[in-house]
Design a protein around this ligand. Structure first.
Ligand SMILES: Nc1ncnc2c1ncn2[C@@H]1O[C@H](COP(=O)(O)OP(=O)(O)OP(=O)(O)O)[C@@H](O)[C@H]1O
Length: 691
């Protein structure tokens, strides 16, 4: 099969994975991509092909899965939507009631609470997950597929099922693989089809459960497709905001009205020719729609008709909005020079120069590898400048296709391309008027964009796409790149005249591997930040780990260091050992044996650092032959003494605790006492084999 590439869907739980794979198959994504599915646990034994896109079902998984993938693996965190007919049962719970939201992890429970709240459901939620404190007074539980985790004290459980992937994330997947717009339209159609049965169920509720009407309306308004429901007599029973918008009937109360009197006649004519239970593309009054028509049955009698529709070019709009979103900047520079932490002389010099340059209006070019702090520096310069009360607008040249980038940067006049807004739209340059525009990854600009940029740099003037009127702007330009522009000029990929316009005041940020003096300082700051964010105690690095941090080449620079520490903050205890460092574990295939050995190495290193290794091994050896009840500790003391270690009872207890923490022994109260685990025996074998 010829596909665009591979996707690996990763979730924490099997049932989530199942729901999502079924959904992806329903919209036939498997015709475009090879789809693999793994739970986090299964990643342990997996390999990953080149060019695989990893689709994570929740953002909490990101840090958990990173060690299993090569550094440059692309990830998408799926946006997910609720299975709305199932949520409907939640509406029957009296407002303000105490409810447990049960999931497998704290973060997952909290994420679900906030998503349920977004639909306008206001209950008194308490998150519950294995290990959480339980309020036994709470008698109702809601769970996204984890009914088995609901505690016995609960009388009623509502399983709202796993959430589906939202279309915006599916579009993100298509964008990643650069699938054509035509395919996107087909996808949109299938997506609507896949939602139909959900909406149909909901419609039946709407017909029957009048008392819940207000709450149901809220759910229907949360659906991204236009929905219109009318009875056999042509009376509108339900319409969502999306539909009133598309039919240009905003603000009109249409419920209870005859469809003929409120819906445009061209639209009614258009839908009359669609058969029931059919779906089709339809051109109505010059606008292309994708429409699905469905009979609604109540007690096996046709009760009315459900229409679900979407404008076909809306997909392009979603794509456009999505791209605006990933740009994610709200035109305010957050960072100042105080955020640029460093003791490195080169950087301190650069900061000194940058502070002086900030006051001028000259163009600045920041050079440096990815993640070295180019954007922080650009924002700091803006905030130090006389323009600091005006916008700071970032544009990333690597994140957008040429056509989108052009309209993003320069704006467009109405009607200049499909999906364009009627009245046109201002671009980022216009939005940065009086402030600073940050042109990130400028080395990726196409020749067309480079031409247009040259004009802005020379004249401080722009033309909108499809426009004729020249717009003059007052702007400061800061550009950045991780590419070698001189090489690009030589290969003919970058205009020399543009380079000279940009390269007025260049500032270079060295890579982290050349700033070894900053590694410890930055690590400490990130440790404090993430420990605080996670509400955990701080941690430090073992000597071995610190050396590894300092000798690693940090291709992702400070961003990578920051991600590494965030990951460690999730998994480590008080001390991080070398073997826990994700960049050392980052092989494509992590074999269980290898993983075990790494754990043993980490344990051995930690015992060695305490200077106890030999006596702890002696204790393990003793335990591998004898289980030690509390009275038997005496024999253990004797055995240790015979082996040359004169320890007090208290000292033995302490060492037992260390062995227990490392999972090498089990210490039970009462007669059974201490026993060696299979891990403990494994460590002894490992030591025997490796000296
Ligand atoms: N000196 C510093 N002190 C503290 N944090 C820093 C410093 N420099 C960079 N960072 C952090 O490192 C991350 C990467 O920085 P930034 O986005 O500015 O890099 P960049 O060079 O613009 O990267 P790219 O080229 O990939 O866009 C950010 O999260 C930032 O907060």
């Amino acid at each position: 099969m010829n596909t665009y590439g591979s996707i690996m869907v990763v979730s924490y739980q099997k049932h989530t994975l199942k729901t999502i794979i079924e959904q992806l198959q329903e919209i036939r994504l498997n015709e475009y991509f090879e789809i693999h599915a793994r739970t986090v646990d299964e990643l342990f034994h997996s390999t990953i092909e080149d060019d695989t896109l990893v689709l994570l079902t929740s953002k909490i998984l990101l840090q958990m899965v990173k060690p299993y993938f090569p550094k440059d693996t692309p990830f998408i965190i799926a946006k997910r939507m609720l299975n709305f007919p199932k949520v409907r049962k939640v509406l029957e719970i009296p407002k303000g009631s105490k409810v447990l939201l049960v999931s497998d992890m704290k973060e997952a429970a909290e994420e679900t609470i906030s998503i349920v709240k977004e639909t306008g459901i206001h209950l008194n939620f308490q998150s519950y997950y294995p290990g959480a404190k339980l309020d036994t007074e709470v008698k109702i539980a809601i769970t996204p597929g984890d009914a088995h985790l609901v505690p016995d004290t609960v009388d009623e459980t509502i399983d709202i099922g796993s959430r589906f992937i939202d279309i915006s994330s599916i579009i993100e997947v298509f964008n990643h693989f650069k699938v054509s717009d035509f395919e996107l339209n087909r996808l949109s159609a299938r997506y609507i089809q896949s939602l139909v049965h959900l909406t149909e169920e909901l419609s039946q509720e709407i017909f029957t459960a009048k008392s819940l009407r207000n709450s149901l309306e809220q759910i229907v308004n949360n659906i991204d497709d236009a929905i219109l429901l009318f009875t056999n007599d042509g009376v509108i029973n339900m319409i969502n905001q999306k539909a009133t918008h598309l039919l240009k009937r905003q603000g009109l109360d249409m419920i209870g009205k005859e469809i003929q009197t409120v819906v445009p006649s061209a639209f009614i004519k258009g839908i009359q020719s669609i058969k029931n239970d059919d779906d089709t593309f339809k051109d109505i009054d010059g606008i292309a729609y994708y429409i699905r028509k469905k009979n609604i049955y109540v007690d096996s009698e046709v009760f009315g008709t459900l229409l679900m529709f979407r404008r076909t070019n809306e997909i392009q709009q979603i794509e456009y909005n999505y791209r605006n979103k990933i740009k994610g900047k709200n035109f305010v520079a957050q960072y100042t020079f105080n955020d640029m932490v460093t003791v490195n002389q080169t950087i301190l010099e650069s900061i000194k120069i940058a502070k002086k340059l900030a006051k001028s209006d000259s163009t600045i070019l920041i050079l440096g590898e990815t993640g070295t702090g180019k954007e922080i520096l650009a924002q700091a310069i803006h905030n130090e400048s006389l323009r600091s009360y005006h916008p700071f607008v970032g544009a990333n040249f690597a994140a957008l296709s040429e056509t989108l980038l052009e309209s993003e940067l320069f704006g467009y006049e109405g009607g200049s391309f499909t999906g364009a807004k009627k009245d046109g739209r201002s671009g980022l340059f216009e939005q940065a008027h009086k402030g600073t525009i940050f042109l990130d990854e400028i080395g990726d600009a196409s020749p067309t964009i480079q031409n247009r940029l040259l004009r802005v740099l020379q004249e401080r003037q722009i033309l909108r796409v499809g426009g004729e009127q020249i717009i003059s702007l007052d702007l400061r330009i800061i550009a950045a790149t991780n590419k070698n522009l001189e090489e690009l000029i030589e290969s003919g990929d970058f205009r020399e005249d543009l380079f000279y316009r940009l390269n007025v005041l260049p500032i270079w940020l060295p890579p982290l591997r050349n700033r070894v003096d900053d590694i410890e300082l930055l690590s400490d700051i990130f440790i404090k930040k993430f420990s605080r964010d996670l509400g955990r105690t701080s941690f430090t690095f073992s000597k071995g780990a610190l050396e590894a941090l300092k000798s690693y080449h940090w291709p992702g620079n400070i961003r990578e260091l920051q991600n590494t520490i965030e990951y460690l903050a999730h998994i480590c205890e008080d001390t991080v050992y070398k073997e826990q460092l994700p960049f050392l574990m980052n092989s494509r295939f992590i074999n269980i044996e290898e993983q075990k050995q790494r754990n043993y190495d980490a344990i051995i290193e930690s015992f060695q650092e305490r200077g106890f290794i030999d006596e702890l091994v002696t204790m393990l050896k003793f335990l591998s032959k004898n289980a030690v009840s509390s009275s038997g500790r005496h024999r253990m003391l004797n055995f240790l003494r015979d082996s040359g270690y004169n320890l007090s009872d208290q000292q033995v207890r302490y060492r037992q605790e260390l062995l227990r923490n490392a999972g090498l022994i089990i210490v039970s109260r009462g007669r059974k006492g201490s026993e060696i685990t299979s891990e403990g025996n494994g460590l002894l074998e490992y030591l025997a084999e490796n000296g």
